[in-house]
Ligand binder design. Structure first.
Ligand SMILES: [Zn+2]
Length: 144
């Protein structure tokens, strides 16, 4: 890729080409919870963090974001299933979505709202969040 002269977002000339290690996985600036996995020659603005992509990279970015989100959703669900030793429909109940919808976002047929993604991530990383999100717990029926 030809090195751009200026950042199209902020006009800074502080641009750098990302190394292969950096493009392998890095937080996407718009949604830092999403670790992007990009390949190829990526130039980043050192001032505002904007990625300066050529047309074909920009077209590929949406697909990469979707792939990354789907991979992370699968990881989060697996983490919860393993830790809680429960069925996937229990995770759906904690999330407040239908089991069918959870299957759809797990397979990538649907992309969840960012709120749903973040909640799933929180439950995967924090067992207490999973526990207190139980529908029975919320309605006060759970024996403590
Ligand atoms: Zn910039």
């Amino acid at each position: 890729m030809k090195m751009p002269k200026r950042c199209g977002n902020c006009g800074s000339t502080d641009l750098k080409r990302l190394s292969a290690e950096e493009t392998a996985s890095f937080p996407w600036k718009d949604y830092p919870a999403v670790n992007l996995k990009l390949s190829g020659d990526i130039v980043k603005c050192g001032s505002c963090g904007e990625l300066l992509l050529n047309a074909s990279q920009a077209r590929g970015l949406d697909d990469k974001i979707v792939d990354t989100i789907v991979q992370q959703i699968q990881t989060f669900i697996t983490m919860i299933l393993h830790r809680e030793k429960c069925e996937q429909k229990i995770i759906a109940a904690h999330l407040g979505v239908s089991p069918e919808y959870l299957s759809e976002i797990k397979s990538g047929r649907k992309i969840p709202k960012f709120q749903t993604f973040n909640f799933l991530k929180t439950m995967a990383l924090d067992a207490t969040s999973f526990k207190v999100s139980a529908p029975a717990y919320q309605s006060g029926k759970q024996a403590v």
